[in-house]
Design a protein around this ligand. Structure first.
Ligand SMILES: [Zn+2]
Length: 291
C-alpha cells in the first residue's frame, strides 16, 4: 500500500471533534500515514498539541492565521513560541495574507463570524514576525494566501534578503498565477494541491498544477475546510450546527488520484515523489539525524 501524507489539514478543529475516532480509522484504512495539523489561533493551538501528544501520525503546526489576527491576545507571541519550543517536530503555520476577507467576503460569512477583520498592514506585520520566529527556530512554514500574491512575493523576497525566511515553506492550496510558480519556487516554495481544484470552474488552477515542478509538489485536504467535487469525495461527514458539511480528511487518497490523472503520471510514482517532498519539507531534521 502507498503511504499518503496530508500536507495541510485542521484535524484539531472543533468541527471534526465529534467524529475523530471514525476519522482516524478511515485515515488508517486509506493508507494516510502523516498529516500536518495546523493551528490557527491561541485556543486551537492547545487542541493541536493535545492531538499531537496522542496520535503519532500528527505533525503539529502552530501559527496565527490571517483571519484570526484581529482577535489575538497580547500574549499570543509568547504562547506561540512556547508551543514551538516544547515540540521540536512542530512547524509554523498557518500564517499569511488574505485580501479576500477584506474586499470580497460577505459581512455575514459564517466562517468569519465573530472575527475582527484585520487590515492588510496588521496582517503583514503579524506574518513577518512569525516568519522570523520560524527562521530563528529552524522550522518549516505553511502559508495561506488569498488575493495577495504580488504582496506575498515581495514580502518573502524582502524576508530572504534580511535572512528572515526559512529555506523551505509551503504555499498551501496555491491559487496564484502560473507565472509566479518559478519566482516562489526560487525562494524555496512547495505547493500543495487541493482536490477542490478538480471542480470544472477551476480550469486555470489545474493548468497551474501541471506546471509545478515535481520536487515541489504536495497534496492536502484542508479538512474540515474546502470540498472536492463528489467524484473525489468518497468520504462524507454530517453537517454541523453551522449548517456546513465538514470535509473528511480521508478524501486525501482521492485527491492524489485526481492529481495523478491531471498530470498524467502513474499514481505510485507520484505518491513516492510526494512522500520524498513531504519528508524534505516537514521532517528534514529527523532525516538528517538518521544514518
Ligand atoms: Zn487551512
Amino acid at each position: 500500500m502507498m503511504n499518503l501524507s496530508d500536507a495541510h489539514n485542521h484535524l484539531a478543529s472543533s468541527r471534526l471533534a465529534p467524529h475523530l475516532p471514525q476519522i482516524f480509522a478511515d485515515l488508517a484504512a486509506a493508507g494516510i500515514t502523516h498529516a500536518v495539523v495546523n493551528g490557527t489561533d491561541e485556543t486551537d493551538w492547545l487542541e493541536v498539541a493535545r492531538l499531537a501528544a496522542t496520535r503519532s501520525m500528527v505533525i503539529p503546526s502552530y501559527g496565527l492565521h490571517p483571519w484570526d489576527v484581529g482577535n489575538r491576545s497580547p500574549a499570543w507571541f509568547d504562547s506561540l513560541r512556547q508551543h514551538l519550543v516544547a515540540d521540536p517536530r512542530a512547524a509554523v503555520g498557518e500564517i499569511g495574507l488574505d485580501r479576500w476577507m477584506l474586499d470580497l467576503a460577505r459581512s455575514d460569512d459564517p466562517r468569519l463570524a465573530g472575527l475582527r477583520r484585520a487590515p492588510l498592514d496588521e496582517q503583514l506585520s503579524t506574518f513577518t514576525t512569525q516568519l522570523a520566529l520560524a527562521t530563528e527556530l529552524h522550522r518549516p512554514v505553511t502559508v495561506h494566501c488569498i488575493d495577495a500574491f504580488g504582496l506575498l512575493l515581495e514580502t518573502l523576497q524582502a524576508a530572504q534578503r534580511e535572512q528572515r525566511l526559512p529555506p523551505r515553506f509551503l504555499l498551501h492550496a496555491y491559487s496564484g498565477a502560473g507565472e509566479l510558480v518559478k519566482p516562489f519556487a526560487d525562494l524555496g516554495a512547495y505547493f500543495s494541491f487541493n482536490a477542490a481544484y478538480l471542480a470544472p470552474r477551476h480550469v486555470r488552477l489545474r493548468e497551474v498544477f501541471q506546471l509545478v515542478p515535481r520536487d515541489r509538489l504536495l497534496v492536502e485536504t484542508d479538512a474540515p475546510a474546502m470540498q472536492a467535487p463528489t467524484a473525489y469525495a468518497p468520504f462524507s461527514l454530517p453537517a454541523g450546527p453551522d449548517g456546513l458539511r465538514p470535509n473528511h480528511p480521508a478524501n486525501l487518497a482521492a485527491a492524489y488520484a485526481g492529481l495523478a490523472e491531471l498530470r498524467q503520471e502513474p499514481l505510485e510514482i507520484l505518491a513516492s515523489n510526494i512522500a520524498e517532498n513531504f519528508r524534505r519539507l516537514f521532517e528534514a531534521k529527523s532525516t538528517e539525524a538518521s544514518p
